[in-house]
Design a protein around this ligand. Structure first.
Ligand code: B12
Ligand code: SF4
Ligand code: SF4
Length: 350
């Protein structure tokens, strides 16, 4: 592939390549430090709102300045790939199953990475260095996307794009080529604030500010105990949470167009499968240190919330499990199912 050398033609060609490879949005950004984002991340850590998450919170100075990882970087070619309607929607209620957020219903990062790979390959064929950086601690993906005009920053902290709403995963090709930057999008949420009351745990504490200590997406992927005050709100979730995305009007039409139901998984399967089976079946999930116990813990909470007494025997079998976290969640779930009232959290808050 012949690539032009002038920055403006190069931007056009790379955008075309990205779209042909399946990207829904492509934009170009410069590599200046994301200074505001850096101070936001530092504020989240200082206030405790990062909730012990690592990712970009570990080294904000590195995640907000790509030249610290890739000193040759000159431009960021940012891509967004929508995962609706493909991901479908979890059916409303199917007994003895839990729900997986749409982004993780299968590996939706794969087509995104592959499309970004085509852009990188074209750059390399033209003699440029390039590297795909996607959902990686070296770069704040949303900040790059906003600067590249891929979308705007929503009050639910998501990058929102016209036609796709928040239902888009993001990634970047970092290159040493000089590519003309795109204009950031001149749009914002306006007077809408539908996502804020839609959050079941009040994790969106102000427009654009997420307290990860309250966010179910964070709580369900972290090890340890899920605080009892949030267990009822977990509902039937096993991994991820889509409530603040579902509430978002710019993604509404796409959500309504979804025909298929996916993203349900058997609670009994999670509670009876071996470690190896769980890690293989859910290999796309982020589970710190590959701990399958996180899934079992979540399944116990979902079982407790199900009100389905048929699950009580399986839940009870966990009362002798060697992992004390699972024992405690099993006791809670059992109390919900056969204790003071099906579906109610244990009154003692154990
Ligand atoms: C850590 C992380 C999480 C954490 C924390 C999320 C968070 N909001 O910070 C947890 C585990 C909770 C999480 C959850 C989810 N995540 Co996540 N996550 C990341 C990760 C690794 C880093 C994000 C980060 O740096 N946060 C730091 C904080 C400070 O950034 P921020 O909240 O965006 O803050 C900015 C805005 O709030 C804005 N802002 C500040 N004030 C104001 C005021 C107003 C009015 C407005 C509008 C904006 C605004 O400026 C801040 C920065 O200066 C990225 C991948 C990556 N490497 O970038 C994926 C990423 C953000 N996650 C993603 C996804 C898909 C999700 C989930 C939807 C998954 C799910 N269904 O469960 C949920 C969504 C929850 C939510 N509302 O954010 C996508 C988002 C795609 C998109 N279109 O935006 C990313 C980009 C992964 C990817 N490569 O596609 N995630
Ligand atoms: S992902 Fe769920 S819990 Fe987290 S902020 Fe959005 S609605 Fe709230
Ligand atoms: S629900 Fe409304 S306020 Fe929230 S991100 Fe979507 S458009 Fe913005």
């Amino acid at each position: 592939m012949d690539l032009a050398t002038d920055p403006s033609t190069l931007a056009r060609r790379l955008t075309q390549i990205g779209h042909r490879a399946g990207l829904d949005r492509v934009g170009i950004a410069g590599i200046d430090t994301f200074a505001t984002v850096r101070s936001s991340i530092e504020d989240r850590v200082a206030s405790g709102m990062s909730g012990g998450l690592t990712f970009t919170f570990n080294h904000p100075e590195r995640s907000t300045d790509i030249t610290q990882s890739l000193p040759w970087a000159r431009s960021l070619v940012v891509g967004g790939k929508a995962y609706l309607p493909e991901a479908g929607s979890p059916a409303a209620t199917v007994s003895r199953t839990g729900r997986i957020a749409r982004f993780a219903e299968r590996d939706h990062y794969r087509p995104l990475r592959s499309a970004l790979g085509e852009i990188a390959a074209a750059l390399e064929a033209a003699g440029h260095r390039s590297e795909v950086v996607c959902d990686d601690n070296r770069l704040v993906d949303r900040a790059a996307a906003v600067r590249a005009g891929v979308g705007w920053w929503g009050k639910n902290t998501m990058v929102i794009a016209p036609g796709h709403g928040p239902w888009m995963l993001l990634g970047t090709v970092v290159t040493d080529a000089h590519v003309e930057a795109s204009e950031p999008m001149r749009r914002d949420c306006g007077t809408c604030d539908a996502c804020i009351p839609a959050c079941p745990t009040g994790a969106l504490v102000a427009p654009g500010v997420l307290d990860a200590r309250r966010c179910l997406a964070a709580l369900l992927q972290q090890p340890g105990s899920i605080p009892t005050e949030f267990r009822a709100a977990v509902g039937d979730r096993i991994y991820g949470c889509d409530d603040c995305l579902e509430a978002c009007p710019p993604g509404g039409r796409l959500l309504d167009s979804v025909g298929s139901t996916r993203g349900r998984v058997s609670i009994e399967y999670i509670l009876t499968a071996s470690d190896a089976e769980l890690l293989d079946h859910f290999d796309r999930f982020y589970l710190p240190r590959r701990r399958p116990g996180i899934l079992r813990r979540n399944a116990l909470v979902a079982a407790g919330n199900s009100g389905d007494v048929e699950l009580a025997a399986l839940v009870t079998s966990y009362l002798t499990h060697p992992d004390p976290v699972l024992v405690e969640h099993a006791a809670w779930a059992r109390e919900c199912l056969v204790g003071s009232g099906a579906g109610q959290p244990a009154p003692s808050g154990k």
